[in-house]
Write a protein that binds this ligand. Structure first.
Ligand SMILES: [Zn+2]
Length: 113
């Protein structure tokens, strides 16, 4: 078993949480002691780290970040994280298009065009 430990800032920036990644019998386990992570639900601390985003990580070791990326690349998380990233981008694109369409609709309602 190999393990990695990261300290990340809480959303409000006042606290810290501990994220760990460990590999046993070929399966990768990632935990976070924030309220959401403690319940096993999605938390941004774990998601950001497995996505290679260490911006909320306090004093991250580049070697640990690289090692985590290598562990993720060999696990089913790789495809899941990629799909979530893809859907997030689609949501942002749809939000942008919806905002533009509403703006155009308001202009048409005001008698422009
Ligand atoms: Zn968390």
């Amino acid at each position: 078993m190999s393990g990695l430990a990261f300290v990340v800032k809480s959303s409000d920036g006042t606290g810290v949480y501990n994220v760990t990644a460990s590999q046993a019998s070929g399966s990768l386990r990632i935990t976070c002691d924030c309220p959401a992570g403690s319940f096993g639900t999605h938390c941004r601390h774990r998601f950001e780290l497995v996505s290679g985003d260490a911006r909320h990580c306090i004093d991250p070791s580049p070697a640990s970040i690289e090692q985590l990326a290598a562990m993720v690349a060999l696990s089913p998380l790789r495809g899941l994280v990629a799909e979530i990233g893809d859907l997030d981008r689609q949501v942002e694109e749809i939000k942008r298009r919806l905002k533009a369409l509403k703006k155009t609709t308001a202009r048409v309602m005001a008698g422009a065009d």
